[in-house]
Design a protein around this ligand. Structure first.
Ligand code: ADP
Length: 187
């Protein structure tokens, strides 16, 4: 199964994506994790991404698209994957369409975690106390939510018109949300 998981920053995409990838036996591909690992190792990609991430802005599409193209071409992503944090812009949707069609694949579904925005901000502020992430300050957290609303929410309409969106209530304990996702997956 080839899935996307979408939801605003703090919705718990990462936690759910890890569990789901285990269950489906596919690759978990988190663009945020890949960027953070590269920032830590001070690679060229990390250097290109860091200042955008720290400001709560999206990394430019050409950087992100090239990275995902390489990642999806690897063997472990051939039959099943869960993309977490990608695509986030209309340009990225178009690139993903091209990547998948060149590989002869298509998406099976887009899981959309539906959450309460104010509660999210509170969750993120709590995470900020321990995460050490440079983008976990209140101003940047609020900015990331705005960027998500402007740049990424429109993607739900695009995938909705393709009949791919699976809305899942994202409020509550992680294992409860995980169960809802599994129950909602296409068979
Ligand atoms: P969150 O969903 O909480 O914002 P992520 O770990 O998914 O956190 O992403 C962290 C940062 O990495 C984003 O704020 C952005 O700067 C960058 N990033 C991740 N995925 C993308 C993407 N698809 N396009 C552009 N930038 C991205």
């Amino acid at each position: 199964m080839r899935l996307l998981i979408m939801g605003p920053p703090g919705a718990g995409k990462g936690t759910q994506a890890v569990e789901l990838a285990k269950r489906l036996g596919g690759a978990h591909i988190s663009t945020g994790d890949i960027f953070r690992a590269n920032v830590e190792k001070e690679t060229e990609l990390g250097q290109a991404a860091k200042r955008f991430m720290d400001a709560g802005e999206y990394v430019p599409d050409e950087v992100t698209n090239a990275m995902v193209k390489d990642r999806l071409a690897r063997d472990d992503a051939r039959d099943a994957f869960i993309l977490d944090g990608y695509p986030r812009t209309v340009d990225q949707v178009e690139t993903l369409d091209k990547i998948l069609s060149s590989l002869g694949n298509k998406l099976d579904g887009v899981i959309s975690l539906v959450v309460n925005p104010e509660e999210l901000i509170q969750r993120l502020l709590k995470r900020a106390e321990t995460s050490g992430r440079a983008d976990d300050t209140e101003a940047v957290i609020r900015h990331r939510q705005e960027v998500y609303t402007h740049e990424t929410v429109p993607l739900l309409e695009i995938y909705g018109s393709r009949g791919l969106v699976i809305d899942v209530d994202g409020m509550g304990e992680a294992d409860v949300v995980g169960r809802r996702i599994v129950d909602a997956l296409p068979s």
